[in-house]
Structure formats: structure tokens, C-alpha cells
Design a protein around this ligand. Sequence first.
Ligand SMILES: [Zn+2]
Length: 284
Amino acid sequence: MHIYFTIFFFVFGTIIGSFLNVVLYRFNTGKTLMGRSRCFSCRRNLSPIDLVPVLSYISFGGKCRTCKSRISIQYPLVELATGILFAGSYMLFSPVLEASPTMFLIQFVYTLIIMSLLVLITVYDMRHKIIPDMFVFTFIGLSFSTLFLGFDSFGNILFRIPDLLQLASGFILAFPFYFLWLISDGRWMGFGDAKLAVGFGWFLGLSSGATAIVLGFWIGAAVSLLLLGMGYLSKQYAHKKVLGMKVPHLSLKSEVPFAPFLIAGLLIVFFFRYNLFESFAYLI
Ligand SMILES: [Zn+2]
């Protein structure tokens, strides 16, 4: 039964991912979310067969069926990622389902909304190097609201008053980002990253939120070094052929979106319950 539900939520996630693609392409363009999707090149209205998540892209070779123009890899990747995140969320909370269906439903639906927001923030930041306020404030608001919610031993929902540290955790985690943003005049860190960190503190709590941010910096550093190394190599071998292929010239863009790395850190902490401070607690 368990495996069927996991597959079901994966498929459901790819469908939501397909909707998130529509949001990503139409956000801030003045277009509504209603109306049919069209091919960007030939303007043909897409039919259901073109819109099956992941599978349409694979079976038509990543091209429009009519005009054969290339379709962005973003479509299947967003669908696939959302599917994996939804299936993973189900697996994470399925033990709660047996204990209390109400508690499961609330936590699971809440997590699915958070995951969808994180997909939107990641892709939007990668494409436009900015995090829209609407996405990040919804994330912050949802994270904040959970500070006031708890469950009793029967799984009934309770109102609770968070302690001072829980209330402050969002601001504590955001402060280093705010500081970097302030002293560099927004060159090292965007203000959007500071806002995102507020949500991290409230969504994960102080020590897990801090773990997510530290992991985010490590992943960001590793990827930047890799890109620098590739940039160096591509300069050395520019215009030469390696294995019959021309080496493209790569260079590190001055502005690397940072939200995707932070969110990667958050997902590791959330799904694998990893906490840096607990792992090293025996040292103290
Ligand atoms: Zn077309």
C-alpha cells in the first residue's frame, strides 16, 4: 500500500510541477494563470498529449511536435523535482498517518505547499536572480504560523505560545545576510536571501536552520569552485577540440543566485533530519 501512495504522490507532484512551470513563466508578465498553454515559437495551442508531465518531453525529444523548436529542459526538471519532493514528503510523514490521520493531513499538506514555494523560489532566482516578495513572504508567513500550532498526544491540533528564542530565530538567522547585504551594498548578498533566511529560522528552528545555511554555503562554495575550475580549463582549451567537440568558453558570472544553494541545504536538513550542531555536540 505504502509504495502505491508514494508513486501516487510522485505523479501528483509532477502535475503540480507542471502548474508551477506555468506560474514561473507567467509571473510578472501580466498574464493570468487561466488560458491554454501555447508553443512559444509557433503559437499552437498545446493539446493534452503535449502536457503530460515529464513523459511528453521525453517522447517528443524535447521539441514541439509541430515546429520542432526546442523546449526548455526547465519543464521536465521542475516536474520531476516536484514529484520527488512530494513523494519524499509522503515517505517522511507516513509514520504519522498511522498514529493520527488529522495530524498527518495537516503536516503533509503544509509541507507540500512549502515544497512548491521552494521550487518557485529556486527556479525564479536561477532565471531572474531575484526572489519575488510574493513567494518569499508566503513562505515566511507559513513558517511563522506553525510556531503557534502544536498537537496533543491524540493528534488534535493545539494553539501554543512560542518561546522568545523560537520567535527570534528567524531574525537571528537573517542577521548575517542582512549584514553582508548592508556592507557590500547588495553586491555579495541580495536582500532576498536575508528574507529567505527569516523563513528558514521559523520553518526549521534555530539550530537546524543554521545547519541548512551552513550547508548552503558549503554547497555554494563547492559549485563556485567547480565553475571556476571549468572556466579555467575552458580558457586553456578554448577553440581546441577535445574528443571531437569544441570546448565552450565558460566564465563565472559575477552574480550567482544563492537561494538554490540555501534551499538545497534546507532540503538536506528537512528530509534527512541532519543537524550539524547535534553531530558535533559530543565535542563540546
Ligand atoms: Zn511549436
